[in-house]
Design a binder for this molecule. Sequence first.
Ligand SMILES: NC(=O)c1ccc[n+]([C@@H]2O[C@H](COP(=O)([O-])OP(=O)(O)OC[C@H]3O[C@@H](n4cnc5c(N)ncnc54)[C@H](OP(=O)(O)O)[C@@H]3O)[C@@H](O)[C@H]2O)c1
Length: 325
Amino acid sequence: MQAIEIAEFGDPEVLQPVERKTPRPGPGEVLIRVRAAGINRPDLLQRKGLYAAPPGASDIPGLEVAGIIEKLGAGVSGLETGNAVCALVAGGGYAEYCVAPQETVLPKPEPLSFEAAAGLPETYFTVWSNVFDRARFEPGETLLVHGGSSGIGSTAILLVKAMGGRVIVTAGTPEKCAFCLELGADAAINYKDQDFVAETLAHTEGKGADVVLDMVAGPYIERDIACLAEDGRLVIIAFLGGARAELNLGPVMIKRLTITGSTLRARPNAFKGQIAGRLKKHIWPLLAAGRCRPPVDSVFGLAEAAKAHARMEQGDHMGKIILKV
Ligand SMILES: NC(=O)c1ccc[n+]([C@@H]2O[C@H](COP(=O)([O-])OP(=O)(O)OC[C@H]3O[C@@H](n4cnc5c(N)ncnc54)[C@H](OP(=O)(O)O)[C@@H]3O)[C@@H](O)[C@H]2O)c1
């Protein structure tokens, strides 16, 4: 099969088309004929040698795919060959065939193309797990998410609105802010022109956000804490602004805050399966009814993976970048 491998760690050009043996599904796994694969920022880190695949995962990059089930491994139940699906995988997505654990396979929502469906799993699993499970977000509450136009940010807007919450986003350009408002955000703060702490408080009548989903960290942490309401929750999912912060912990006690975070990729399949179950119950019916439309920024051919990474690295994209296989 055709696949993309990381020939050596470095710039996007190290992503090279190669011939690889088609993988075989093990017990509890399915083989998917990939029609499209999503690009995620963790793939860029892996390409640079900063985020190793977990033990047992394919060295081929790619954390999410959509396609048709070609073969079932032993003991798989509830899935059939020929099913159109999308799946979260721990690696191996940038290829014509990819093996996925049955727990993380979800039906492709009928109205979505394979390209749109391929962009669902990684950010939908991540946002659900962090915002609704870890941070216990409730209907009627307010989420502040940084990078509102990113894969994660745009997913947070769609999921929180679908679950009856309010969303405030930060983004770095007027175009990105307009994109977030169009997706359903209640307020968009251009952090380059406006102070996001003052704006968040202004948009919440001085109360603050109930949950902050942060992919920037570093100097943002103390300001995130200032944005939080009493009993607020801060969830850290990346360190685009740095992994270290110096902060005054006083407000953590005074406002009874919770600070948490997580990474998804290395978690057990059983854990990912629980998230899949919640997404299937709460979000998949909305996708199937066309009431939740994930935004696709751009689609590249499999052999153009380097161009797709360069687009994400440049940072102008809004929504998901996809490889068509
Ligand atoms: N913990 C987990 O399990 C998990 C899972 C998936 C993804 N993630 C992380 O979540 C983050 C978002 O992923 P994604 O796939 O949605 O990526 P993406 O679409 O490229 O989004 C990154 C966003 O971050 C903003 N940003 C702020 N500071 C930045 C900086 N210093 N450098 C680059 N971007 C910056 C950018 O928006 P502005 O231009 O508006 O600033 C951009 O929209 C990534 O860091 C990824 O590693 C974590």
